[in-house]
Design a protein around this ligand. Structure first.
Ligand code: SF4
Ligand code: SF4
Ligand code: FES
Length: 251
């Protein structure tokens, strides 16, 4: 059996430091296994959040060698074990203890987005008719496990701390899933432009690169949403067309 050294952030909301722990590593281990082994043998008070160990609950998000990743899906044989593996909490959210951050801001943001509002049923039995292609389009966005790694990597939140003005990539895909839903009748475009700060996104695609569910966040969600916002709230020809339509309806 080999060994590896893990440089883990230990601290609370105010202060902290990296500490090195050397532990045995064996074939098939992931970073979360190493953290658990260190917890069991050397640091019983080491705080980390996890639930499924299968990449599905979104709890074990951290920064491993500087990259936002799920600890349970990062295999040790992918990492250079000849040097210490750094493990630290996500930087875009307030630290609580060790690897645990307070991600509650995300839940408050979600509540601010207008809910699904379906049109009236298409048939007397209360059912709807939808094209499969329309369903397929939003299905990708529903794979999100709310790990918030995309929020963590986004420079608007991470470096510029625009948490009050920008909802972040996770909630832009949430809004896209609603806006592009074939039954939805709600209009979220003005809020996306104003309160939700979609203009802050400069399409760097960093969020897409870290998503463990491989959701094409930027190309499939954010860019189409930006186009809709521009069409609706900036495009002068669009405005003229809407005014003309309103006038025609009145006459
Ligand atoms: S593409 Fe936009 S939302 Fe994604 S990380 Fe870059 S700025 Fe943030
Ligand atoms: S979009 Fe991807 S990275 Fe972002 S919260 Fe969802 S699963 Fe995580
Ligand atoms: S423990 Fe559930 S995603 Fe890692």
């Amino acid at each position: 059996m080999n060994s590896g050294t893990f440089r883990i952030w230990r601290g609370d909301a105010n202060t902290g430091e990296f500490r090195d722990y050397t532990t045995e590593v064996s074939e098939g281990m992931v970073v979360l296994d190493a953290v658990h082994r260190i917890q069991a043998t050397q640091a019983n008070d080491l705080a980390c959040r996890w639930n499924c160990k299968a990449g599905k609950c979104g709890s074990c998000s951290a920064e491993i060698n500087g990259l936002p990743r799920l600890m349970c899906m990062t295999r040790l044989n992918e990492l250079p074990l000849e040097k210490p593996v750094t493990i630290e909490p996500m930087k875009a959210f307030p630290p609580v203890k060790d690897l645990v951050t307070d991600v509650s801001w995300n839940f408050h943001v979600k509540k601010k987005i207008r809910k699904f509002k379906p049109r009236a049923p298409d048939a007397p039995d209360g059912t709807w008719r939808m094209a499969q292609s329309d369903i397929d389009r939003v299905q990708e966005f529903r794979k999100c496990i709310e790990c918030y790694l995309c929020q963590d990597v986004c420079h608007v939140l991470r470096d510029h701390h625009k948490h009050d003005e920008f909802i972040g990539p996770r909630f832009l895909i949430y809004a896209a899933a609603l806006e592009m839903h074939p039954l939805d009748t709600e209009d979220r475009l003005l809020e996306l432009k104003q309160a939700h700060g979609i203009g802050y996104c400069n399409i760097t695609k960093c969020c897409t690169k870290v998503c463990p569910e491989s959701i094409t966040i930027t190309d499939n969600a954010i860019i189409p949403l930006k186009e809709r916002v521009v069409d609706e709230h900036y495009d002068p020809l669009g405005w003229l067309w809407k005014l003309a339509r309103k006038a025609l309806k009145k006459n």
